[in-house]
Design a protein around this ligand. Sequence first.
Ligand code: T46
Length: 133
Amino acid sequence: MDYKLIDLNIHGDNRGKLIALESNKDVPFEIKRIYWIYDTLPNEERGHHSHPNMKQLVVAMDGSCEFELDDGYSKVNITLNRPDLGLYIGKNIWRVMKNFSYGCKLMVLASDYYDESEYIRNYDKFLNEVKNA
Ligand code: T46
């Protein structure tokens, strides 16, 4: 499955910590968009879609949440709970985000501009896409 957890490089000193992310260096693609997700209640799920062309890197800036990733053949569950841990998600991966802690803040870096027509929001269509990829 095309995903990986990336330990982000921390620049720390006695004042605190700083993390910087650069395209094609710390993040394995050219960053075209940044968005963040916050105020999601613990009983809510997000996602339930895949992207045939887009790659993303997700960081839990505060709090925690769980990502269920599915490439059509197997599934993994990943907990994001540190601002120095990035979850890279490649193309054609169905994602479900759940178990948000109160106050969870997710920052997402994306390899492309927002385009709703690029989303696959139907699971059977996703499986079809994966088999024909
Ligand atoms: C993803 C996961 C991790 C925009 O107008 N522009 C944007 O750049 C985005 C990302 C969303 N939107 C609008 C579209 C919907 O009306 O914001 C609304 C909520 O989006 P969505 O239901 O797709 O949110 P999530 O949390 O289910 O999924 C998001 C990303 O959309 C998706 O690409 O991989 O986070």
